[in-house]
Design a protein around this ligand. Sequence first.
Ligand SMILES: Nc1ncnc2c1ncn2[C@@H]1O[C@H](COP(=O)(O)OP(=O)(O)OP(=O)(O)O)[C@@H](O)[C@H]1O
Ligand SMILES: [Mg+2]
Length: 442
Amino acid sequence: MALNLENILLVDDDVHILELLQRHLQTLNYHTYKAVSVKEAIAILQDKTIDLLITDLKMPGVDGLELVKYVSEHFPSMPKLVVTGYPSIDGALEVMKSGVTEYVTKPFTKEELKTAVKKALDSRPKSLSNSQANTVSSTESSGLIGQSDAIKKVIDIINRVKNNKATVFITGESGTGKELVARSIHYSGKFSKAPFIAVNCGAIPENLLESELFGYAKGAFTGAEANRDGFFQAAQQGTIFLDEIGNASLATQARLLRVLQEKEVTRVGSQKVEPVDVRVVAATNVNLKELIAKGTFREDLYYRLTVVEVAVPPLKERKEDIALLANKFLQKYAVEFKDTRMAMAPGVIEALERYDWPGNIRELENVIQRAVIMSDKEVTIADLPDQLKYHIEFPEVEEAFLPLKTVEKEYILKVLQATNNNKSKAAKILQIDRKTLSEKIK
Ligand SMILES: Nc1ncnc2c1ncn2[C@@H]1O[C@H](COP(=O)(O)OP(=O)(O)OP(=O)(O)O)[C@@H](O)[C@H]1O
Ligand SMILES: [Mg+2]
């Protein structure tokens, strides 16, 4: 599966449309940035290299048409695709005059979108394909091991965001490597000399929250004998990693939203506003949409956080990577514990590949670590935990499907019923001759 190199900026105040667009474009392997307003879109345009703008026209506040005009003026070679629910003739004329390249009307199909995107991208002057020139595909710098298409997609996104400060949102089951992805974004990019600060959002006590995140001023409370920086000041010029963001209290969420909007913080006990220049990367292994529905997570914060999304796939969806990862971990622990190199006995990799890894890479690493401790020169199947040793197959598939004969019989009976037992009519419908039908009935 080839990855498309183009970056597409999606702008719509309707988050459902935004997500639909994102889903479609991601399955077509484009990389997307999302914005819910013209203001946000312009901030992204100033910061990133964008190859195509896809925007809605009718939006509260600044209108989509203004955005189209802005882009025509500032990025003359960038194609503009408008998604609109109002394909009125008058409107269309004005839009065309403002330089829109392509149109899609709501509701649109994936195919219509695909065609329009392709046309719009093809309309670019040939020498000016924006992001392609400066995209360096480097798998090594990220520190992530893997060769599956799934992990390549993740690495591709890391390479796109590592040198800019777009807010990145990482999702994935426990142990899939979310923190590693966050670190890779920071350490493989040009801000790597600045600090990377990881914050476990659920672990900060409520009463310390503000001062932990934003620092305090001397005299703010008893014991505050000098100014102290919070996590945000500590991460200046670098990256703050908000881990387990789903566990942040509503009070924390409100404060975080303000930082993301205003890009400034105020210390506890101080009036002074301090600008902060940090890249925010957030991660979660829970479904934030469910928390939003329950009212425990702010929807506005969710959309601020998800400018760029990285979904780290579970290990069972990238079994091609198991052998590679297992061997890396094997050598790592063999050298660490036994000061030697070790081998894997025949059949071990196959056993590892059969298993579904609910604990993902962390579980794989633990299994290999334990096996190294338990064995001498070579890791064998006997060194693996029980759930991997015994390979029991359940005949689920066989039970779920019926034999052809049974299906045929049931279908013939249905047709006979529908034709009031008229064998000639039934034979005609079934496209067999009457004699064959009589035989089958017998
Ligand atoms: N692609 C990979 N290549 C090498 N090591 C990996 C890879 N992905 C994850 N790991 C390792 O697996 C372990 C778990 O990764 P990490 O802590 O990043 O997962 P996580 O998604 O943050 O998990 P949790 O949700 O439990 O916090 C770490 O030791 C990490 O280094
Ligand atoms: Mg983690």
